[in-house]
Design a protein around this ligand. Structure first.
Ligand code: B16
Ligand code: MG
Length: 215
């Protein structure tokens, strides 16, 4: 049951909500997959939304028998490619309406946290110029168990010193909505209902979120 307590904090996912680094993740995985002779398409890439680096590689490997050493090497190689694509990221890569939403929430006294599965999240938000908005930054290094486990969102709430029931998560991934609900938080899903329809509120994009409708 959804709690009637006032929402005190918004917890933002990064990729797919504030920016779209999914294309860079795709290009980096594609380069690795081509080098390794592994089939990998844009459609396959959709399954990796919000999923950790390790879980993404497992999905690409589809049960192939690969040593732990080789897995680590492949993850490092993909991350090197991804980071080279990140070099050109700047404020121009913020999704439409993202900064306006952060500003509006700040003015309303809502506390803000970031909770991204990405170990590169601090670099990305620095390049986007939005570090100053967040009181708490939870990333792929903050917890062991990644989305759809609730751990990352619970960690963010704990750092804010707030109960989960007064937190609202904005996510673009099915695994992210599941994680936030498992944490006992309110949810906004960004994207098609087929993907994020389980959320309390669904909007096609961040620019269309109506804050007054929610808090
Ligand atoms: P990294 P999010 C996620 O970011 C991406 O959506 C997902 O595609 C990526 O595999 C994951 O971060 C890990 O990223 O390799 O940089 O640690 O949506 O949780 O902000
Ligand atoms: Mg995401």
């Amino acid at each position: 049951m959804i709690s009637k307590k006032k929402i005190e904090a918004f917890i933002f996912d990064l990729d797919g909500v504030l920016t779209d680094t999914a294309e860079y993740h795709y290009l980096a995985w594609k380069r690795l997959a081509d080098e390794e002779g592994l089939p990998f398409s844009r459609k396959d890439n959709e399954q990796l939304r919000g999923v950790s680096r390790r879980a993404s590689l497992d999905l690409i490997l589809k049960g192939r028998n690969v040593s732990e050493k080789k897995i680590q090497e492949m993850m490092d190689r993909k991350n090197g490619y991804y980071r080279s694509y990140l070099e050109t990221v700047s404020e121009k890569d913020l999704l439409s309406g993202a900064v306006e939403l952060l500003d509006r929430l700040k003015k309303k006294g809502i506390r803000l946290a970031l909770a991204s599965a990405s170990k590169n999240a601090p670099t990305v938000i620095d390049k986007l110029g939005i570090v100053g908005y967040f009181e708490v930054i939870a990333d792929g290094n903050s917890v062991e168990k990644t989305k759809p486990a609730p751990d990352l969102f619970l960690y963010a709430a704990e750092q804010l010193n707030l109960e989960p029931q007064v937190c609202l998560v904005i996510e673009d991934a099915e695994a992210g909505i599941a994680a936030a609900q498992a944490a006992g938080m309110h949810t906004i899903g960004i994207g098609p209902v087929e993907r994020v329809g389980a959320a309390d509120f669904v909007y096609p994009s961040v620019a269309e979120i109506k804050v007054e409708e929610i808090i």
